[in-house]
Design a protein around this ligand. Structure first.
Ligand code: SF4
Length: 191
């Protein structure tokens, strides 16, 4: 939940349908808009009936994180995004382009417990694991969906910093939307 609303980005199609008392196909439709098309505006989900769109707007949040800052390289082949999470935590993600390949480095934890001497993240300590929606949300906000000219194929997702202590949120995140293997190839370190 995001406040008193259901936050849908971390849910499977089945979980969306169950949480809202919908038919299974409606859960799949909503999931497809969020994860495959990158559409977060419920009113733009045009194959949903208007009463359902209105209900989603009232009862749900598509995601509960926002982009706080963007740094892009001069040649647009790299970008770093800073995200504000619902509890005020901040995490960063990086997008790297090499020809038609795109690699994402996603955060799976706020802070890091390993405290490497050279690293500012480690110096800040470990605060919490991210949930699946927060991990998938980074990918969706880094890369536009199909409706916005999004990229597919030859892509990889990996996780920054915390490979020795993976977040429980990684497993459902890798099973969902843009991190599914038909679109994204998870780097071996993330398996
Ligand atoms: S594991 Fe990575 S993120 Fe964690 S403290 Fe070491 S360098 Fe920083």
């Amino acid at each position: 939940m995001s406040g008193d609303r259901h936050c849908l980005i971390g849910m499977t199609p089945e979980q969306i349908a169950e949480a809202l008392g919908l038919k299974a196909f409606q859960g799949r439709q909503i999931f497809h808009w969020l994860h495959n098309k990158g559409v977060f505006d419920f009113d733009a989900m045009t194959n949903l009936a208007k009463p359902l769109r209105e209900r989603l707007t009232t009862e749900c949040a598509a995601r509960d994180m926002r982009v706080a800052a963007v740094q892009a390289s001069e040649h647009a082949d790299a970008a770093k995004l800073l995200f504000d999470l619902r509890d005020g935590e901040k995490v960063e993600s990086v997008l790297l382009r090499d020809g038609d390949r795109v690699t994402l480095c996603l955060s799976s934890q706020a802070g890091c417990p390993l405290n490497c001497a050279f690293c500012a993240t480690g110096a800040s300590g470990f605060r919490r694991n991210l949930d699946a929606g927060e991990i998938v949300g980074q990918a969706l906000l880094l890369v536009p969906g199909d409706d916005e000219g999004g990229e597919t194929g030859h892509d990889a997702a990996r996780w920054t910093g915390e490979g020795l202590c993976p977040s429980p949120g990684l497993t459902p995140a890798k099973a969902e939307g843009p991190l599914q293997t038909n679109t994204w190839r998870c780097a071996p370190r993330a398996e």
